[in-house]
Design a protein around this ligand. Structure first.
Ligand SMILES: Nc1ncnc2c1ncn2[C@@H]1O[C@H](COP(=O)(O)OP(=O)(O)OP(=O)(O)O)[C@@H](O)[C@H]1O
Ligand SMILES: [Mg+2]
Length: 1013
């Protein structure tokens, strides 16, 4: 038995009627649209009765209610006309079930008004609703967001129908009634005169109740609809979860299973669950072509709600998004700016921007977006938020999703993800909530499903067995085998030819191939080109690549639909598109292409994207993949570079790195030579800084990137990036504890400085030399070089150096100069420089620099034993560093906090925190500073009698300091040793250690540690 509510061919017909293949070169579009006009009954009486103030409250309630009902059904509120509300369904993007959704919205308005009236003491709100569907012309102008420029008779018709309706009912036109399917038992009101329309039209009234029973909704996307088989347990669990969410305590779950097992189907069932009609539904779709396009599913959704079309130029898209945020979401100026930066950045053309402030912005954007998401989830009207196919999710969206999952419990919201077993969440699925695995169907269930397809009629048990066996419990395969065998059966009956049933292909690929082979060549061609483009393919693009005439093309497409291979539906923006029934079907069609054919087709797709006159925004990631598949490696790498720059510009480090890795891989396929080196260098130039910021200067990956960049640069004449790359190579050596090597590399900058003086060379050379000198314990040299940096630095002249060096020389110079003064015994000067670092950091507004400035203040305070100050700044720093994701800053702040706790007597918790911090620090690959932490920790161990631990720690670090030459901390370690020995009762040893401490301190000119304590 099929519960499908309209015949597939009806739906195809309806789609054709949409004018889906209308040329979109023209600025105006013809399109089917459903219009709902919901007017408030008796507003004058309400005003008189309740007075202006109460009336405006009532009006607001009414408007909100209509708006919510519209949006819930993915409609757009086009206008508030007096007391009435005009909504469009099918604007800016049309789908097949627009009329149905409009009816659903009307129904929700009427129901909610009833409910409201029971609560409203005294007042009664009633609506009159008219719904009409018809063709309109849309003259879309840039920035048109609410469909101000829609022209069509159905607008008037909706208004006329509204007049016919009595209080709290809705009347729909014949077209709406027909297209809405059978979800509602409409009441036929017979032919009526509508003012302004010549012909009488039969109109229908929406009944007070929705039709009961299964299959209330027509299936979207034209898929054949079979009843759900099995999955009772999973469904019960999910229903329970949404019911709990309705009560205000939300949750999260993830459906896991192999392709075609029925994850999406289960979501679909839940979505159309009539028992849960108050549930609002929002679905975000991840895509294999955008695995490294940061926030792709979110941006895609925002584009959709704000009416962005694929061919909108960048600034039009920005305008539309801004309007969505400001008008519909009512974000303030700052929030709007943050959202615009994060979700509407200008894309590939945007300059790579290493400013780490983006990371902070992203977190703010997450907050605004999640708040927005959760604000629509209210008890009684819970939200079902779905992330489909998170095995393809991009890293930033993954973060966002995890965020939502963590917070779902406090809202009337269920966050549901679907994933195949692979992908970024593999191995840590519980980050997505409760894990709901979907297993294969049992043999009985497979038979049930095969029968349910309606295709098994006339099949004997043997045939059914073949289906069960071959499909192995995967529902998608059951459907496909059933359909193929049914066709074979039909063919046999007609031809009474030889038994074909035995030649059953073993794989889905074979099945689809089989199906494809039976189709006419045009349909095959369209399918193959479509499969090259993607799961969803733009019809205009595929048609132009197929070189078929419009009629032939449309016929070919209809053939694919009838064969249940692909179906028309909305693409992005207003572009007509089609999508393969299932990703595996697309794979199978694609698999039927030879390598040479693939290469050729991908090349043509890429060319079409590149030469698109429609001005469509190019997705660099998608294009790069097509180019790679076309073996156009150089171009592919170029576009990866573009994608990487855009990602870095948005602060999406993980995405940027993924593009770089792929770009480098494409580069490696090029013949050796200048062109290849050039490309690699450009990729490395983004890789280095991105790694340094996210993984710290000690990370091996950062070192490798720098070394390779340097190698490439050395071979060329006067490269402009040379100094920053040398500087960062030295920085990496320093971070890895190779102080002598760092000094040697710094010599190169001094040589450049001598040959060709520049502020860049001056600041970087002196900063690096001072930094290394400080750790080697050569405080006078540190003083000299860091003073040189601080003396030369000017924020106006040198602020922009940050972009190339990723170092704010002014702030960093003040920081280490403050340390130097403190160690040399001038604590006051040390504190002043730390303060100056903070002032400067505020002025230059670079988060990384601000992090350093906080460090400057609490480390100098620790050195001079100022617990209060150290504690205050490290507290701020912990917060800041964790927000920004600066691991080494966070580590140091934790150590300081632990140290302060120890000083205040909470020794055990303090020790614990210090150990944690030191562990985190070591994990970033940073060798320096560890001896300092060890000294502090040893003192704390001694205080609680853990002498053996202290001894082991000091031994280890004495050895390390000797190995690395980090002599600055020798006196400190010797003093800690003295403390340990004295606690162990070895007074003589303690005294000897104190002498060593003093000797080393004097040698270092470190007055701080030269005196007895
Ligand atoms: N329990 C079921 N009863 C009836 N039909 C089912 C069932 N499970 C899946 N199907 C059908 O099988 C096909 C594939 O299912 P679906 O698209 O949900 O797979 P999926 O797990 O989401 O796969 P993917 O990982 O590729 O997205 C669909 O046509 C769906 O309607
Ligand atoms: Mg799916």
């Amino acid at each position: 038995m099929s519960t499908s509510t309209s015949h597939p061919s009806d739906r195809i017909g309806a789609l054709m009627a949409l004018g889906a293949a209308e040329p979109s070169e023209t600025p105006s579009q013809h399109r089917q649209l459903t219009v709902m006009f919901a007017d408030l009954v008796g507003s004058t009486a309400l005003l008189e009765e309740h007075g202006p103030e109460a009336f405006s409250d009532l009006l607001r309630i009414y408007h909100n209610l209509c708006t919510e009902a519209t949006r819930t059904q993915d409609g757009t509120v086009a206008n508030y006309l007096g007391d009435g509300v005009i909504s469009y369904f099918g604007y800016p993007r049309g789908t097949e079930d627009d009329p149905l959704r409009a009816v659903q919205a009307a129904w929700a308005i009427l129901q909610n008004l009833e409910r409201l009236n029971r609560k409203l003491a005294g007042a009664r709100l009633e609506a009159r609703i008219g719904i009409a569907t018809g063709r309109v012309i849309i003259h879309q102008k840039p920035g048109d967001h609410y469909g101000e420029n829609v022209v069509g008779a159905c607008l008037n018709k909706a208004a006329r129908l509204q007049v016919l309706a009595s209080a709290n009912t809705a009347i729909v036109c014949a077209a709406t009634r027909k297209l809405a399917g059978k979800a509602f038992d409409f009441e036929d009101l017979g032919p009526q005169n509508l003012k302004g329309f010549e012909q009488r039209e039969t109109v229908f009234r929406l009944p007070p109740r929705q039709r009961q029973g299964p299959g209330g909704f027509a299936r979207l996307r034209g898929e054949r609809r079979t009843p759900l088989v099995g999955r009772d347990r999973e469904l019960a669990l999910l229903r329970q979860m949404t019911a709990r969410a309705a009560g205000g305590s939300g949750g999260a779950a993830v459906l896991v299973g192999e392709p075609g097992i029925g994850k999406s189907r289960l979501i679909d069932v839940l979505r159309h669950d009539e028992a849960q009609e108050s549930v609002r539904y929002l679905s975000l779709q991840c895509s294999p072509a955008h695995q490294f396009s940061s926030l792709h599913p979110v941006k895609d959704y925002l584009d959709w709600v704000s009416g962005v079309n694929a061919d909108d130029p960048r600034d039009v898209r920005r305008d539309k998004l801004r309007r969505l945020f400001q008008s519909a979401w009512q974000t303030d100026e700052e929030q709007t700016a943050v959202l615009m930066d994060v979700v509407a950045s200008s894309g590939p053309e945007q300059e790579a921007n290493a400013d780490i402030g983006m990371l902070l912005k992203r977190r703010m954007a997450f907050q605004i977006l999640s708040k927005k998401v959760f604000s629509t989830a209210v008890p009684g009207h819970p939200l079902l938020l779905v992330f489909e196919d998170v095995h393809w999710i991009d890293p930033t969206s993954a973060q966002f999703l995890e965020n939502l999952v963590r917070n779902a419990a406090n809202h009337a919201c269920t966050v549901l993800s679907t994933t195949r077993p692979e992908g970024p969440f593999a191995g840590r699925l519980n980050a997505l909530g409760e894990i709901v695995p979907l297993d294969r169907l049992s043999d009985e269930q497979s038979v049930e499903l095969a029968r349910a397809t309606g295709l098994a009629a006339g099949m004997d048990d043997e045939t059914l067995n073949v289906i069960v066996e071959k499909s192995d419990g995967v529902p998608l395969f059951v459907e496909e085998y059933a359909s193929m065998l049914a066709e074979n059966l039909g063919a046999r009956e007609k031809a009474e030819g030889p038994e074909e049933r035995r030649d059953v292909p073993l794989t889905l690929g074979g099945l689809v191939q089989n199906k494809l082979d039976r189709l006419n060549p045009h349909a095959q061609k369209v399918a193959r080109i479509g499969a090259t483009v993607g799961r969803v393919f733009d019809l205009q693009l595929v048609r132009s690549l197929s070189a078929l005439g419009r009629t032939t093309f449309d016929k070919a497409l209809a053939t694919l639909e009838a064969a249940d291979i692909a179906h028309r539906g909305a693409g992005s923006g207003s572009q007509p598109a089609a999508s393969f029934k299932h990703a595996l079907v697309q794979d199978a069609v694609y698999g039927s292409l030879s390598t040479a054919e693939r290469r050729r087709l991908h090349g043509r797709v890429a060319d079409a994207m590149l030469s698109d006159k429609g001005g469509r925004r190019i997705n660099a990631e998608v294009l790069a993949e097509h180019l790679l598949a076309a073996a156009r490696n150089r171009e592919s790498a170029e576009w990866r570079l573009t994608a990487a720059m855009a990602a870095a510009g948005e602060g999406s480090a993980a995405e940027a790195l993924a593009h770089i890795t792929r770009g480098l891989a494409a580069t490696e396929l090029l013949p050796a030579g200048g062109e290849r080196d050039d490309l690699e260098l450009r990729l490395r130039a983004i890789e280095g800084p991105t790694l340094m910021v996210t993984r710290g200067p000690g990370s091996p990956a950062f070192g490798t990137a720098q070394a390779r960049a340097l190698e490439l640069l050395r071979g060329r004449d006067k490269p402009d990036n040379l100094i920053p790359v040398i500087y960062n190579t030295a920085l990496h050596d320093w971070a890895c504890g190779r102080l002598a090597e760092a000094d040697r590399v710094t010599d190169e900058i001094f040589a450049i400085l001598e040959a060709e003086p520049s502020d860049a060379a001056y600041l970087s050379a002196h900063t690096m030399r001072g930094l290394v000198a400080w750790h080697r314990g050569d405080n006078p040299a540190a003083l000299e070089h860091l003073s040189a940096t601080v003396g030369r630095y000017s924020p106006t002249l040198h602020r922009e150096f940050y972009m190339r060096f990723l170092k704010e020389f002014g702030v960093f110079g003040q920081f280490y100069l403050g340390l130097t003064h403190t160690v040399m015994g001038n604590a006051t000067a040390g504190a002043e420089h730390a303060k100056a670092a903070l002032e400067l950091a505020k002025l230059v507004r670079r988060p990384h620099a601000y992090g350093f400035a906080l460090l400057a203040n609490f480390v100098t305070a620790m050195l001079r034993d100022d617990v209060r100050t150290a504690s205050r700044y490290s507290e701020e720093s912990i917060e800041f560093a964790s927000q920004q994701g600066f691991p080494e800053f966070l580590a140091m702040s934790m150590i300081c906090q632990g140290w302060a706790k120890v000083k205040r007597g909470a020794i055990d918790t303090g020790i614990h925190q210090m150990e944690e911090g030191a562990g985190l620090w070591a994990m970033t690959g940073f060798e320096n500073w560890q001896a300092y932490f060890a000294g502090l920790l040893s003192d704390a161990y001694v205080a609680v009698g853990r002498l053996a631990d202290a001894g082991a720690l000091l031994d280890r670090h004495d050895e390390r300091v000797a190995r690395f030459g980090e002599a600055q901390f020798e006196p400190l370690l010797a003093r800690s040793r003295a403390m340990l020995l004295s606690a162990a009762g070895d007074a003589e040893g303690a005294a000897a250690s104190m002498r060593t401490a003093r000797d080393r301190a004097l040698r270092n000119k470190a007055a701080l540690w030269a005196s007895g304590r």
